[in-house]
Write a protein that binds this ligand. Structure first.
Ligand code: ADP
Ligand code: MG
Length: 497
């Protein structure tokens, strides 16, 4: 019975994405008892290491639980998947080229740095170190995130085209856990006797491909005694995701020494020599991979900014450099979406057109008439927009009536330049079952799809540049914001339709 019902579920998903008549997903399934399927999937996910730390646990022995995930994979259009995988190396190169263009960077950030202290600090480091690092090796591990906007056309057909939410250029997470969830979903489909559907699930090699990037950077640095440092937060819930990457590096080259360090530990131990080498307790550092440093809260001590500057002035390969970090800011996304800007950096018209097709409406709130118009649009139709500050890590965006309140409070003040306004993307919600460590529940969910990319560069030389797997996360359509770490979203994987 379950098999037939699941068939029905999948055929409904096809219809949903092909614009045919919709019937609510799971209507045939809801009486079914999912305890077994969910319980087995939970066991399987733990055995695959899809776990997070229990943060509330005070004991000194680490305790962990399974990371939240969806019981079923979620549909993504095959065309969209292929387009976004194709675009990622071009996005990698774009981020690199933008970060190398001092004049462009200065024009983009001039309004923001007047009112956003965090961006200003990053920008000042970029300016202070830029001249010394023109030929510097840099490593980017990026993730471009998208939602598939569901639009009913005039002829009543439905389209689900991907629209870029943001490009993460620092600490893009779930490379490890996200790529493993695929095997859990394959098992669920097999348990439900739906094995043929597994052929619609694309392989996800994010972990090995990103590890390859870190290994390539270490090799290019050229000192086999030098170490790789993972710069991390203390008490990080997503600890095992980071560990998975460390172990994947060792699968490729077991001689590479990886050390996990916090900002506090670097502050105490790093030395910058006159030949620009960074040493930490007398060990030379080849690569610093940031899994922290992207929010003001990560700089609890002002001296962490000195650490950042010291690293930036060194010849160690930073992942990311402060230039790459800045090039992933929301303000940059808004400027790149303006007419004729992509053309400055990308020669191939076809690539420009394809990339632009993924951009949602983006508007600056600068102190000019365009900015005034954007404010007016947002105040008139707040539900059509998202107001975004220059922050990363979830939970910072402003929605609905809160947009009106905030813009009224700011008034005609320069503080508005710290935000961008973005058209709200509305994916079609689909029913799924979310499994957590303690249970499972039915959720009407929307998904966010990300493509990872790796780029290794030396000045204008591109040493590595490739698309590196993907991530799908889903959350209840009732939540505007929030990721897996915030307990809102769950890990998912795509089923291509
Ligand atoms: P962050 O750096 O905090 O991750 P994002 O731009 O990714 O910032 O926004 C956080 C979340 O807010 C996204 O994961 C998505 O769920 C939601 N979101 C962001 N932009 C939009 C948008 N334009 N339309 C709909 N939801 C959005
Ligand atoms: Mg995000």
């Amino acid at each position: 019975m379950l098999v037939q019902k699941y068939h029905c579920y999948i055929s409904v998903m096809h219809k949903l994405l092909n614009g045919q008549n919709m019937i609510p997903l799971f209507t045939k399934l809801q009486e079914e008892n999912y305890d077994n399927l969910a319980g087995n999937a939970r066991d399987h996910s733990v055995s695959k290491g899809i776990v997070i730390l229990c943060k509330d646990d005070q004991s000194s022995v680490k305790r962990y639980k399974c990371a939240p995930f969806s019981l079923f994979p979620s549909p993504i259009t095959k065309d969209g998947f292929q387009l976004l995988t194709f675009l990622q190396p071009h996005i990698n190169k774009l981020i690199h080229d933008v970060s190398q263009d001092d004049e462009f960077m200065s024009s983009v950030f001039q309004s923001v740095i007047k009112v956003d202290d965090f961006t200003k600090k990053l920008y000042n480091i970029y300016k202070a170190s830029k001249t010394s690092v023109k030929q510097q090796l840099q490593l980017g591990i990026f993730r471009s995130d998208y939602m598939f906007d569901c639009v009913i056309e005039k002829n009543r057909t439905e389209t689900n085209n991907p629209k870029q939410i943001e490009v993460n250029t620092i600490a893009a997470s779930f490379i490890g856990l996200g790529s493993r969830i695929n095997s859990v979903h394959c098992k669920v489909l097999k348990d439900a006797k739906m094995k043929p559907l597994t052929t619609q699930m694309p392989k996800n090699e994010a972990l090995t491909k990103v590890a390859h990037g870190l290994v390539a950077a270490w090799e290019t640095y050229g000192n086999s005694d030098a170490i790789v440092v993972f710069l991390v937060e203390e008490n990080e819930a997503n600890f095992f995701d980071q560990r998975a990457l460390e172990y994947a590096i060792h699968e490729i080259n077991e001689s590479i020494i990886v050390k996990r360090k916090t900002f506090t530990e670097l502050l105490k131990s790093i030395v910058l020599s006159s030949d620009r080498k960074i040493t930490m307790n007398d060990e030379e550092v080849a690569v610093v991979y940031f899994r922290t440093g992207y929010t003001p809260n990560d700089y609890t001590n002002e001296q962490f900014w000195d650490v950042r500057l010291k690293l930036e002035k060194s010849c160690a390969i930073l992942c990311p450099s402060v230039g790459y970090q800045l090039a992933g800011c929301k303000k940059m996304q808004e400027v790149l979406a303006q007419p004729n800007v992509l053309e400055k950096f990308i020669d191939d018209e076809d690539v420009v057109q394809k990339m632009r097709s993924t951009f949602a409406g983006l508007y600056a709130l600068d102190m000019n008439s365009d900015g005034d118009n954007a404010v007016q649009m947002a105040r008139t139709n707040p539900d059509h927009y998202v107001l975004k500050p220059q922050r990363e890590g979830g939970g910072n965006n402003v929605y609905g009536e809160d947009i009106v309140t905030l813009l009224s409070e700011i008034g005609n003040d320069e503080r508005r330049c710290a935000y961008i306004l973005m058209e709200k993307i509305c994916p079609k919600p689909l029913d799924n079952i979310f499994v957590t460590a303690s249970g499972h529940q039915k959720v009407n969910a929307i998904s966010e799809f990300g493509t990872y990319g790796v780029i290794l560069t030396r000045g204008t030389e591109i040493i590595e540049n490739y698309s590196a797997g993907h991530l799908l996360r889903s959350k209840s359509h009732e939540h505007n914001d929030g990721g897996v770490a915030a307990g809102v979203a769950v890990l998912d994987s795509p089923l291509l339709v």
